[in-house]
Design a protein around this ligand. Structure first.
Ligand SMILES: C[S@@+](CC[C@H](N)C(=O)[O-])C[C@H]1O[C@@H](n2cnc3c(N)ncnc32)[C@H](O)[C@@H]1O
Length: 412
């Protein structure tokens, strides 16, 4: 069966990576500083009208613009629209053409939460089998829902690879229950052999949300072993698997000169599309409390720099604010003013958090361009090795914001 989508040539991927590199390089002062840490990023002096407009937005308007930057009210400054358009244009990725819903066996659905099932259906609909593939490889499989559903619908045996033993055991039981010819290889794919011996000969590999370096490991294996087909939707680009620094995967990525630290890599996944209202409210409150303590410490120490509180236990967040401030500052050896009004400190923290969220909207415009850059870099690793490859979105963001799929299928 011919591949239904034309394969963009290597040059097409390189050209888009180049355009994104230029966008990210030219606008680095807008997306590298984090307003949560840096209260007055330098760009606010260069674009005062934009900064003032953002700071005047209500919390609801900030949420709305964060979810959809194109939905700006009419009084938005021209700079917002210009930046938004430039970012959206450079990061445009085609939607995968509508495919008939994958015929995933219904009995498996009962075991999978509804949103995850919809993700699996959308992903599976883009997995086009090829005659050379004699088995499926479900990479970083978790309980193996994707590999199992594909195995049942395509009639191929599946090997799931997963590090966590309990997930392997649960997945193996689910395979047996579904009557699927499956097997689990329990392995840490970053340490030790990622595949059993002998390895699957000509697998069609799928990887749904294998974090950062886990997807990269699969891509390298597919290139080295000439696997017939591979479909991967990466996530958590900041997961470097213990590497000291981030490096691009492709020659084109390396030649771009783009340098990113793990904090900057996190920007690519910092969206709240699927966060529940409760999670959002908790995040807002935590942001305000951290900043309230930071302001108190700045006042007491005279040191005008952000004071991190690090990771905090769940119990800490249940303390009243004054106890929270004393405990967390104490743990870090930070001074606090001998007396402070907790209500006033919190108000100041909330104002500061509101301002940080408002200014961070500009940074947010570069979230998708950065993510698309990181996915294109991975796709280019395959294209530079002579493989056909496409990058497309496989589902709407409300099913998962990590909706970019790298597909590479050798022609028969
Ligand atoms: C985000 S989950 C995705 C699971 C599944 N593909 C899905 O979409 O439901 C990532 C999986 O990778 C596994 N994993 C993480 N690090 C791993 C490693 N070093 N080797 C093998 N599996 C790993 C985790 O245990 C987890 O099940």
């Amino acid at each position: 069966m011919p591949h239904p989508h034309p394969t963009p040539p290597l040059e097409g991927l390189q050209a888009q990576l180049g355009a994104l590199t230029a966008l990210l390089r030219d606008h680095a002062p807008l997306w590298r500083p984090r307003p949560f840490i840096e209260a007055h990023p330098a760009w606010t002096r260069d674009l005062p009208a934009l900064a003032a407009w953002l700071e005047g937005l209500s919390p609801e308007a900030i949420d709305a613009l964060d979810a959809d930057p194109a939905a700006a009210p009419h009084d938005a400054p021209a700079a917002w629209e210009a930046l938004r358009r430039a970012a959206a244009q450079a990061a445009a990725v085609p939607e995968a053409p509508p495919a008939p819903r994958a015929a995933l066996p219904d009995p498996l659905r009962a075991r999978v939460p509804p949103r995850k099932w919809a993700q699996l259906e959308a992903f599976a609909a883009q997995v086009h089998p090829c005659p050379q593939a004699t088995s499926l490889l479900d990479w970083c499989a978790g309980k193996g829902h994707l590999g199992r559903a594909l195995a049942a619908s395509l009639g191929l045996p599946v090997l799931h690879v997963e590090r966590q033993r309990p997930l392997c055991a649960q997945g193996a039981a689910l395979d047996a229950e579904a009557g699927v010819c499956g097997g689990y290889h329990t392995a840490d794919v970053l340490r030790g052999p990622p595949l059993p011996s002998p390895p699957p000969a000509a697998p069609l590999a799928v990887a749904l949300h294998a974090c950062g370096v886990l997807t990269d490991t699969l891509l390298r294996l597919a290139v080295a072993q000439g696997w017939p087909a591979l479909f991967a939707a990466p996530c958590c680009y900041h997961m470097l698997g213990g590497a000291a620094a981030w490096r691009p995967l492709s020659a084109a990525g390396a030649a771009s000169g783009l340098e990113l630290d793990p904090r900057e890599l996190r920007l690519a996944i910092y969206d709240e599309v699927i966060a529940s209202p409760v999670e959002r409210a908790a995040r807002r409150r935590q942001m305000a409390w951290r900043l309230a303590v930071d302001l108190l410490v700045r006042e007491a120490s005279g040191r005008d720099a952000y004071h991190t509180l690090g990771n905090l236990s769940a119990e800490t967040w249940h303390l009243p604010f004054d106890a929270f401030a004393r405990q967390t500052a104490d743990a870090r050896g930070y001074p606090l003013p001998p007396r402070f009004d907790p209500a006033q400190a919190l108000r100041r923290g909330e104002e500061r958090a509101h301002r940080a969220r408002a200014l961070a909207l500009v940074r947010g415009l570069f979230r998708r361009p950065l993510e698309v850059w990181l996915v294109l870099d991975r796709a280019l690793l395959l294209a530079e090795a002579g493989r056909p490859v496409t990058v497309q979105t496989f589902c709407p963001t409300h099913l998962t914001p990590r909706n970019l799929m790298i597909a590479s299928r050798l022609l028969a």
